[in-house]
Structure formats: C-alpha cells, structure tokens
Design a protein around this ligand. Structure first.
Ligand SMILES: Nc1nc2c(ncn2[C@@H]2O[C@H](COP(=O)(O)OP(=O)(O)O)[C@@H](O)[C@H]2O)c(=O)[nH]1
Ligand SMILES: [Mg+2]
Length: 154
C-alpha cells in the first residue's frame, strides 16, 4: 500500500482540527497506522495527540511578543511560515520518519498522515510562502518513497 495523506484546509473555525481528530480515530479503528501533523503556528489547543507540531519550530505568540518585530496576528502568521520554510529540511525529515514508521517488513502499510493547516484566507490568496510550503509537503510525501509506491492527490 502506498503512503496516503490529507492536507486539510478551510476557513478558521470551519472544523479542520475536529475533522483531523475524528478521521484519526476512524482510521485507527479500521487498523490503519495514522497520525496528525499540526501545521498551524497559532493552534495552541489541539483536540488530538499530534505526531509533529509546527509549534516546536515557532509559535505565533513568541513572534507577537517580540518587540523588535512588532507584528500583529496576521503579519505574525506570515512571519512564522517564513521561519518554518527556512527550517523545511528538518520538517521534511520528520515527515519522512513518520511515513517510515508505519511500514511493515515488506515496505507496505505506510503511515496515513493528516496535515491540519492554518485557516487564514490571506495565507492562501496573498502569501507566496504558504503555497510553496504546501507544495513542499506534497513533494515530501511523493518522494519519500520509491516510484512504485507513488502518491495520489485528490
Ligand atoms: N456543530 C458543529 N460544530 C463543529 C463541527 N466541527 C467542529 N465544530 C466546532 O467548531 C469549533 C471550531 O472547530 P475547529 O475544529 O477548532 O476548527 P478549525 O479552526 O477549522 O480547526 C469547535 O468548537 C468545534 O467543536 C461540526 O461538524 N458541527
Ligand atoms: Mg484548528
């Protein structure tokens, strides 16, 4: 079985994190090895156990508290994503490790990864960084396995 995953996007408060939690429980109940990656630097209350938390790299609070930066919530989020992009190789290696954990001896049944993304619309319409960042994830999932174990997007 190839590695599968979902990148969950939508406006703030639309139920992305709740969906991740429910989907995680469902997939585990049918025997899939599943885990969640929190991609939102502002997401300080997560209704699930995560495998990777982007807040380990940077949090929105610490950026907004930085008197040199003097950024509000929206500018802070854009800045946070720039910081994360500069650490992208570390992040991608963590995602690769997650996918590998779920494999059996023959290389099948890789981990199903749910990416819980931030919801601010401007990150998708005005910010080049987040678009690039999402692309990195897809590339990561695609190339962390060999060509026979391809990636299906949908
Ligand atoms: N009524 C209802 N509330 C929901 C549903 N999904 C999530 N919520 C609630 O909506 C709020 C925001 O959900 P959350 O998952 O944090 O949204 P996110 O910001 O997109 O991650 C929470 O209080 C949830 O309990 C749903 O399907 N129906
Ligand atoms: Mg959320």
């Amino acid at each position: 079985m190839p590695p599968y995953g979902q990148v969950i996007v939508g406006p703030p408060g639309s139920g992305k994190s709740t969906y991740c939690s429910g989907m995680n429980e469902f997939l585990r109940s049918i025997g899939r090895h599943c885990c969640i990656v929190n991609m939102d630097p502002a997401n300080d209350r997560l209704p699930y156990d995560y495998a990777i938390d982007i807040r380990d790299f940077v949090t929105l609070e610490e950026i907004m508290d930085d008197e040199n930066l003097r950024l509000g919530p929206n500018g802070g989020l854009v800045y946070a994503l720039e910081v994360i992009e500069s650490n992208i190789e570390i992040f991608l290696s963590k995602v690769k490790s997650l996918i590998d954990v779920g494999k059996d001896d023959e290389g099948f049944q890789a981990t199903y990864v749910l990416f819980d993304c931030p919801g601010q619309t401007e990150l998708y319409t005005m910010c080049q960084y987040y678009g690039t960042f999402q692309l990195y994830i897809l590339i990561a999932v695609k190339f962390t396995d060999n060509a026979a174990n391809g990636f299906t997007s949908g």
